[in-house]
Design a protein around this ligand. Structure first.
Ligand code: WCC
Ligand code: FE2
Length: 479
């Protein structure tokens, strides 16, 4: 009796739950958690600015009904409520679509409105962005409320070097060109350089290891989200613009005072590092991506498709293999990338702004959806008829699963690498495939090996489908 685990196809749980039911329930709970994170992110910005939900992002059930959907999904998938796998999966796809509307798209619109839309610019990334001679402050997490005020305040202090980590960093890089030191997997390395005076975190993808790690160095850990507190950290809440300015000043003062505690040895070691910052072209968004040119390239066969490379970089996966796969695909595809994948591609010198475009943080995947919509409109078709693929090759968090299924609900084919969000060999995966095909004209592909993924992509990719084939549904491909 619990936790629910899939054993074999024929076996059922003591309660009678089948393998398919357990798989479907797990997927629904995963999407609910991902949607809660994105919708919560958007709601926190609304709370911060005191604004109301814009009409175009309001779900059919009214403002706030997305949270009821999330709650109902958790209720439905708890012990002994629903027992129909198809109903769970139907809800999962509906919730993924809501995540796109009230999470990704709303958060992106609010960030653009309140903190400015990105513009194309040069940026630098990796740990070498830290400066031994300066007071280093790293900002980490996802929500941008403090960091915009912090960046403004930091620019008044010539001795301060502000760097970003993870999606707070990706968003700062896109909007203000602030250097990006690391993504999720390398967040500990930032502190372990020994030359970071303060790490300021908001929420999501912040490792619980950070308080322990900061104990080993002089780094002051500062939390700013009322939701996401860490034991032992200095908590400076940011609930309004006024508080953001006050916290920015306090955080900078705290970091400056802390520099005297830096270990001279750590500073010397950092100076001896030979690594150089990686150059990148960043700040792409739906308004500056040259959609007409990409649509023309699709039409004349100069490129075979557009791929979204999104989601996490899982240390258990073959990250180098995936980077090589996208490098290879960029020869005849345009690649739009966000979040940790964008950092990883950048770390390998691939964000040149020629074929691979940095589109910002994970909630900024809304920009990919908008680019897809515009490209489809320019080509006179629907998203489902276009050679688009969104690939999430190394998912770690529930958020990346919700994002992937959001694109599937838009009619875009999606690829997931391991750990798979649903066991592709279960009947539940078959139900999901049929649902995607029948109701959304999309397909989900599960493949954990970069080489096999490339071979599959090469096999299914032709030039853009000729007009007479448009509208025809493609077959579900399962590897
Ligand atoms: Ni989005 Fe994955 Fe990075 Fe966190 S920041 S680790 S969900 S890709
Ligand atoms: Fe993220």
């Amino acid at each position: 009796m619990g936790p629910c685990r899939i054993t074999s196809e024929t076996q059922k749980g003591v309660c009678g739950a089948s393998r398919d039911l357990i798989a479907a329930r797990n997927l629904l709970r995963t999407v609910a958690a991902g949607a809660a994170a994105h919708c919560g992110h958007a709601q926190h910005i609304l709370d911060f600015t005191g604004g109301a939900m814009p009409r175009r992002h309001t779900p059919a059930g009214g403002a706030g009904s997305q949270f009821l959907e999330i709650s109902e999904a958790l209720h439905l998938s708890s012990m002994g409520v629903g027992a129909d796998p198809a109903e769970m999966l139907r809800r999962a796809l509906k919730l993924a679509a809501l995540d796109g509307l009230c999470g990704l798209s709303l958060a992106t619109a609010l960030e653009d409105e309140n903190f400015g839309k990105p513009e194309v610019k040069k940026g630098i990334l990796n740990l070498a962005c830290l400066k031994a001679g300066k007071v280093n402050i790293a900002v980490h997490g996802h929500e941008p409320m403090l960091v915009q005020a912090l960046a403004k305040e930091a620019s008044r202090h010539t001795d301060v070097n502000l760097v970003g980590v993870c999606c707070t960093g990706a968003s700062l890089l896109s909007t203000l060109g602030v250097p990006l030191a690391a993504a999720f997997t390398r967040q500990e390395d930032v502190i372990a350089t020994g030359i970071v005076e303060a790490m300021i975190v908001d929420s999501q993808c912040v490792m619980p290891s950070l308080p322990d790690l900061c104990e080993c160095f002089h780094t002051k850990l500062i939390t700013t989200s009322e939701l996401a507190r860490l034991p032992g950290a200095l908590h400076l809440p940011v609930r309004s613009r006024k508080e953001a300015v006050r916290t920015a000043k306090m955080a900078i003062e705290t970091a400056r005072r802390n520099k005297k505690n830096r270990s001279p040895r750590a500073e010397k070691e950092f100076k001896n590092r030979t690594e150089k910052p990686e150059n990148a072209v960043v700040g792409f968004c739906e308004d500056n991506i040259a959609a007409e040119r990409i649509a023309a390239m699709l039409k004349n066969g100069a490129i075979k498709g557009v791929i979204g490379a999104v989601g996490c970089v899982n240390p258990r996966a073959d990250a180098a293999g995936w980077i090589n796969a996208f490098r290879e695909l960029s020869a005849d595809h345009v690649i739009l990338t966000t979040g940790c994948m964008a950092f990883e591609l950048g770390r390998h010198g691939l964000l040149t702004g020629k074929r691979i475009f940095h589109m910002g943080s994970c909630v900024n995947n809304a920009r990919l959806a908008e680019v897809f919509r515009r490209l489809a409109a320019l080509s006179g078709g629907k998203i489902a008829e276009m050679p688009f693929l969104v690939s999430c090759p190394m998912p770690i968090t529930e958020k990346s699963v919700a994002i992937g299924l959001f694109f599937a609900a838009l009619g875009c084919d999606v690829h997931f690498g391991a750990p798979f969000p649903i066991n592709p060999h279960t009947g539940a995966a078959g139900i999901l495939a049929a649902m995607l095909k029948e109701q959304y004209s999309s397909a989900a592909v599960f493949e954990s090996a970069p080489g096999a993924f490339l071979a599959w992509k090469r096999a299914v990719t032709g030039a853009a489908p000729p007009p007479e084939r448009r509208g025809k549904r493609r077959e579900f491909v399962k590897i």
